[in-house]
Write a protein that binds this ligand. Structure first.
Ligand code: KIV
Length: 273
């Protein structure tokens, strides 16, 4: 008998991702923050949905990821979980809910797991947050790491440029990846680092490495859904491939609707009771 509540679809687990790395099958990951889009993304066959704290930017219009709260992340995550049947759902621990206090990190993670029904959490950082990572893992909660450009530390870096180009920072990143693997993380995101370095990390560690702006030598790719769908026109880094121009498509549709209302074309005789 299946353990899946909704269907008999084989669900993606952390073990499945590990097997994919071993087989050399690339892992696909996208963000989603709401029920309707998560349903489409899951039905398309995505392996992992990340309820990223990029929701702070794309959903709430903040300049950075810092303002989003734990309650808001849980709201987004629970909407996504209600929509999906197959993929693994990973949720970002937002800024200020895990750094420097492993007990708070565990409490925040337990709230995410209990209140949203998600399957794993993601934290930004390496050695600085390793105690938090270990404590969360000790409760049986799967943890995804995130190294390279870590947007929650934007005020420390001061810029969103490519990270770890210099040897010292690259060495720290490699050591952090090894430490996260040794602690028991099931995967690591590498954001905006040189592709050579990302490939080296993916070869050095046995857990899946998912890249964003990290080249194709890693085990999978992640993009922000709204960016790859072309809903956000302003954001166009080199690593972004746009698969649609929904900004134009939605704008045209809305303009046509307005025109139809104003001209009294909508509703017509068939569109009323
Ligand atoms: O919040 C987010 O969307 C992320 C991805 C960019 C990896 O962390």
């Amino acid at each position: 008998m299946s353990t899946s509540k909704k269907t008999d679809i084989k669900r993606v687990t952390t073990n499945v991702l590990q097997e994919m790395k071993i087989r050399g099958e690339k892992i696909s990951m996208l963000t989603a923050y709401d029920y309707s889009l998560a349903q489409i993304v899951d039905a398309s066959g995505i392996d992992v949905i990340l309820v990223g704290d990029s929701a702070s930017n794309v959903m709430a219009g903040h300049e950075t990821t810092l303002p989003i709260t734990l309650d808001q992340m849980i709201y987004h995550a629970s909407s996504v979980v209600r929509a999906i049947q197959r993929c693994l759902v990973v949720v970002d621990l937002p800024f200020g809910t895990y750094q420097g206090n492993s007990k708070e990190a565990l409490t925040s993670s337990i709230r995410i797991m209990k209140e949203s029904g998600a399957h794993a959490v993601k934290l930004e950082g390496g050695s600085e947050i390793i105690e938090s990572v270990k404590r969360i893992l000790s409760a049986g909660i799967p943890v995804m790491g995130h190294l390279g450009l870590t947007p929650q530390s934007i005020y420390k870096f001061g810029t969103y440029v490519v990270r770890a180009k210099e040897e010292e920072e690259a060495n720290k990143l490699i050591n952090d990846a090894l430490e996260l693997e040794a602690a028991g993380c099931f995967a690591i995101v590498l954001e905006k680092i040189p592709s050579k370095l990302a490939k080296l990390v993916a070869e050095k560690i046995s857990i899946p490495v998912i890249g964003i702006g990290a080249g194709n030598g890693v085990d999978g790719q992640v993009l922000v859904l709204h960016d790859m769908l072309g809903i956000n026109k302003e954001f166009s880094p080199r690593f972004l491939r746009r698969y649609n121009d929904l900004y134009t498509s939605i704008k045209n549709s809305v303009e046509n609707y307005i025109q139809d209302v104003k001209s009294k074309d909508f509703p017509n005789s068939k569109e009323q009771y």
